[in-house]
Design a protein around this ligand. Sequence first.
Ligand SMILES: NC(=O)c1ccc[n+]([C@@H]2O[C@H](COP(=O)([O-])OP(=O)(O)OC[C@H]3O[C@@H](n4cnc5c(N)ncnc54)[C@H](O)[C@@H]3O)[C@@H](O)[C@H]2O)c1
Length: 274
Amino acid sequence: MTQDNPRAASDWLGLRGRVCVVTGAGSGIGAETARELARAGASVAVLDRNDTAAAEVASGIQRDGGRAISVCADIGEPDSVFAAAKRVEAELGPCRVLVNNAAIRHREPLMEIPLDAWNHVLSVNLTGALVCTKAFAAQMIAAGDGGSLIHVASLIAHFPQGGSGPYCASKAAMITLSRTLTIELAAHRIRSNVVSPGQIRTPASEVVYRDPALAAARERAVPSGRAGVPADLANTIAFLASDRSDYINAQEIVVDGGIGCTLMEANKRPPHMR
Ligand SMILES: NC(=O)c1ccc[n+]([C@@H]2O[C@H](COP(=O)([O-])OP(=O)(O)OC[C@H]3O[C@@H](n4cnc5c(N)ncnc54)[C@H](O)[C@@H]3O)[C@@H](O)[C@H]2O)c1
């Protein structure tokens, strides 16, 4: 793997041997993040509630010469998370980097959504991120070597879409969760940052890109001229995981190809004002 990858060869990130846990790593952004961290030499726990998907990602990493284990856990079930944390520590060592990436979505307008559906989304996306932090940051604190928490929120935290209320609210709350963790864990040299994807092509979003005309229109709307891919996020997360980003703390990095700044362009103006 080192020969194939110039970044790993130069060890620019300095992640070699560092224990990284990525939740929701059986698919999309989480899977690519697990692969990218492994390419940088990290020991990666591929955590997902989908056992088969996690095992496939972990064995792909192993085949490429990287170090990974798959861990089946549901972040919405605290017992399952704490059991996963024990296993990771026993098999890889104490966690130094946690990527809170797993999330679910429920589509229903807020006036109609049953409260248990609302609570379920928040219990996975928001409380699940807190539970994972409790389980894995405890290992960082005990090891006394610092650490990095990276929470995957969304552009939608700032620009909500109708019909996804609990998802939008959970992502917005995640940003404040992260900033609070920065304050509370500072004494342990644990940093906490957020990465907010824009429109990224993953299995979760592929349905939106099935119609070629719609896909092209969506890509044209992005200043960078394309939809995002999981590697765009994986590269950012690997940087935040590493000591290269040591002075970046309590921040949100929006990885959206610039679409978030196009709001005022979207509203029509008279031709002479263009
Ligand atoms: N794809 C996008 O355009 C986009 C945009 C903004 C934010 N995001 C965020 O990025 C993250 C990853 O999104 P993706 O598109 O790669 O999604 P995805 O659906 O491809 O992958 C999500 C993974 O999380 C796992 N998961 C779901 N619930 C879980 C639970 N309770 N416990 C453990 N694992 C669980 C799933 O099994 C799946 O493998 C999510 O937090 C999502 O909200 C994605």
